[in-house]
Design a protein around this ligand. Structure first.
Ligand code: GDP
Ligand code: IMO
Ligand code: MG
Length: 422
């Protein structure tokens, strides 16, 4: 049986914290897509740690953490992260497993990401420049190298062949940056990777399920960044929705039970692309300041705005969300008025569905206003303690989405999560 935790917005919903909280009830925590573009923040014994490649269950002794086949893996990032996690007393050699079918991010993939973004100019995606797009392109283009290839005798020759192909593309882009330092790091890191537990991920996970163990699948990015259903082309290069769990781990759809959708009580986006409820004003600035909205991977300021129920409804439909987790509710503590976008106005028409292109024309969010609770909630641990106006705000969201808000997160700490009775 597999439960899923994934983001319903444009990423950074607080998935890492929620996975860390839920992990204790599971035997395996598995990442199924994305790569080091992810930045999942956890607080362990009051200490902040940001995970990019390692699943967020790693701080629980006895839980197996799998980097699934659907992930793209940067060995250099992984090596650094293993060192950071080991310094906090975690035995990575024991609890971390890597699927042999996961594709490797090469130094030239990172260079190609950079070159492609430069070529796009004003139209750039705002990629994290971690090589995600080019690595998935080599996967679907059937050129990529996988973790399992590291054990081939001719791995270096395979590497050089793909590198030469990439060099041609880089030359076409006029990319001249010296990447030899990246390559040295890469070869050192793959030596380290060879020493970790590389497994057949699909058997690993299915045998765990067959023996009655519980698996928690951890999403990266968010539904609105999904390659098929997000705000294309301003998206990432993988299926971030629950369907990605099946292909990214090798499990059948009927094995999936709960799909926990994580959403902030408001909304953020980092990088380019449409964002209907974005606030380019003082209110947006206040959300950014109180919510410390700066990218966990790139440090870029996140764009901030009100919660978008049209986009959330769409995400609930695509993912089959069974329960919602609302994070960062405490960030709204000081606001006198809150807004929730319930529809879009486009071409003089009101609509409740996600259009083919959000930025095809001037689109106006239609808001419903709510009074704020104007009191600190960070110390509360029981649902009954939450202010009645906040309960109304949550109930309105539940009624619009048709899914219960089962948990409310009221601070970044591990213990700051309130379960609501259903
Ligand atoms: P992820 O990528 O979805 O794991 O989210 P990030 O780690 O990129 O960003 C979420 C940020 O919000 C992190 O800095 C978390 O520590 C923080 N955070 C998570 N939940 C809460 C919450 O309920 N309240 C507050 N104030 N911060 C939170
Ligand atoms: P987590 O898992 C927020 C965004 C980038 C860019 C677009 C494409 O922490 O929620 P990419 O590097 O994937 O080619 O970038 O997607 N993006 C994220 N935004 N959180 C993330 O991950 C993201 N991963 C990628 O900013 O707009
Ligand atoms: Mg993040």
């Amino acid at each position: 049986m597999v439960d899923v935790i994934l983001g319903l917005q444009w990423g950074d919903e607080g998935k890492g914290k929620i996975v860390d909280f839920f992990a204790k009830d599971y035997a395996v925590v598995a990442r199924f897509q994305g790569g080091p573009n992810a930045g999942h923040t956890l607080y362990v014994n009051g200490q902040k740690i940001v995970l990019h490649q390692i699943p967020s269950g790693i701080f629980h002794a006895g839980i197996q953490n799998l980097i699934g086949n659907g992930v793209v893996l940067d060995a250099v990032t992984l090596k650094k992260e293993c060192a950071a996690v080991a310094a906090l007393g975690v035995d990575v050699q024991k609890n971390l497993y890597i699927a042999q079918r996961a594709h490797l991010i090469l130094p030239t993939h990172r260079a190609l990401d950079k070159a492609a973004e430069l070529a796009k100019g004003e139209q750039k995606i705002g990629s994290t420049l971690k090589g995600i797009g080019p690595t998935y392109m080599d996967k679907t283009g059937r050129n990529g190298l996988r973790v399992g290839n590291l054990f081939d005798k001719d791995f270096t020759a395979q590497y050089q062949k793909l590198r030469a192909k990439h060099q041609q593309l880089l030359d076409n882009h006029g990319f001249t940056e010296d990447i030899s330092a990246w390559e040295n790091d890469f070869f050192e890191a793959i030596e380290f990777l060879r020493g970790l537990k590389v497994v057949n991920g699909e058997y690993f996970i299915n045998e765990a399920i067959a023996s009655g163990q519980k698996v928690l699948a951890e999403g990266a990015q968010g539904s609105m960044l999904d390659i098929d259903f997000g705000t294309f082309p301003f998206v990432t290069s993988s299926n971030t929705i629950s369907a990605g769990v099946c292909s990214g781990l090798g499990i059948a759809p009927q094995k999936i039970r709960e799909v926990y959708g994580v959403t902030k009580a408001y909304c953020t986006r980092v990088g380019g692309g449409p964002f209907p409820t974005e606030l380019n004003d003082e209110t947006g600035e206040t959300l950014r300041r109180i919510g410390s909205e700066f990218g966990a991977t790139t440090g870029r300021p996140r764009r901030c705005g009100w919660i978008d129920l049209v986009a959330l409804n769409y995400a609930c439909m695509l993912n089959g969300v069974t329960a919602l987790v609302m994070t960062k509710a405490d960030v709204l503590d000081t606001f006198a008025t809150l807004q929730a976008c319930t529809a879009y106005e486009y071409d003089g028409r009101q609509m409740n569905q996600m259009p083919f292109q959000l930025d095809a024309g001037p689109l106006k969010p239609i808001y419903q206003s709510f009074p704020g609770w104007e009191q600190p909630i960070t110390e509360f641990r029981q649902a009954a303690e939450l202010p009645p106006v906040m309960q109304s705000y949550i109930q309105f969201i539940e009624s619009c989405l048709g899914v219960p808000v089962r948990f409310v997160s009221n601070g970044p700490g591990r213990d700051q999560l309130i379960e609501r009775p259903v």
